[in-house]
Ligand binder design. Structure first.
Ligand code: NAD
Length: 254
């Protein structure tokens, strides 16, 4: 699309200009241009290897030491450690600097929004973060990099240093509950915004995807930005299909 004159871009820019309380909901698609693969896009981890989805459950993690050892190896080599924020993350920082961004709900665990400059207090990491580990027995939290040092030093499944419990990245696995306070805050923000910007998500992971119809029901406008159709395109005022790193700057900063 020729960005500046594309009618959908023009319509979305007008909605953003008229909004004063914007909530952005981001998914894995905003980080693929930083080199972190998504799960369900054309190049997604699960699109290529559907069996991997079944391994990502809390129950298998807690009961299968071999799977934990593989999980620690995967964490050692996770794409996040070398990833830098991209133009999509930067555009959301600009929206905050202009005073229009109320809350940034992210499904991502990579911390790239904060790294780009989004204020931590505006970001809700609804699926947690890979930058910390948490003990599944005593709840102790510690930096991921400290645990990874122990893996490099030869511990293939490092246990909690406080109580010996099983350590896991501080992300929400399948079969694990979300943090109720985070979900409530995300829901409140969505129901009181005047524009919801859903970016780079298949909008098929619940309960967080439910903030989209909730915002719409409460009267907010809805813009969807994604590389392919989502489960909620029919609800949107404007749907933009294309690359996030090109579309968000065209909407916000150019
Ligand atoms: P998803 O994998 O279900 O969907 C991502 C969507 O983004 C796809 O529809 C894909 O077509 C689109 N997309 C990918 N790259 C794009 C680009 N450059 N421009 C435009 N669109 C693009 O992602 P999801 O809805 O966030 O759900 C997956 C879950 O897995 C999340 O809840 C998250 O917790 C986790 N996850 C996180 C990361 C991360 O932190 N970066 C990466 C993978 C998965």
């Amino acid at each position: 699309m020729s960005m500046p004159t594309d009618p959908a871009i023009v319509a979305a820019r007008a909605l953003i200009a008229a909004a004063s309380r914007i909530v952005a909901l981001t998914g894995a698609g905003i980080s693929t241009e930083s080199g972190i693969p998504d799960f369900r896009g054309p190049q997604g981890v699960w699109t290529k290897n559907p069996g991997a989805e079944k391994l990502a459950t809390l129950q298998t993690y807690m009961t299968e030491p071999d799977l934990r050892r593989r999980a620690w190896q995967a964490r050692l080599h996770h794409e996040t450690w070398d990833a830098l924020p991209n133009a999509g993350h930067a555009a959301l920082v600009a929206l905050e600097t202009r005073g229009q961004l109320d809350t940034l709900i992210t499904q991502n665990i990579d911390g790239l929004h904060q790294r780009a400059g989004s204020s931590a207090q505006r970001v809700i990491e609804i699926h947690g973060t890979i930058h910390d580990v948490v003990c599944m027995a005593c709840g102790d939290r510690a930096p991921m990099q400290t645990a990874l040092q122990r893996v490099r030093g030869g511990e293939d499944d490092p246990a909690c240093l406080r109580c010996g419990g099983i350590l896991k990245s501080a992300t929400i696995s399948f079969g694990q509950s979300l943090v109720i306070a985070d979900l409530a805050r995300a829901d409140r923000a969505a129901r009181s915004c005047d524009l919801l910007l859903a970016i780079g998500s298949s909008l098929s992971v619940f309960p967080i995807a439910a903030v989209v119809p909730a915002a719409k029901r409460a009267g907010a406008k809805l813009i969807l930005v994604n590389g392919q159709a989502t489960a909620m395109d029919a609800l949107a005022d404007v749907v933009l299909h294309g690359r996030i790193g090109e579309i968000l700057p065209a909407l916000i900063t150019e």
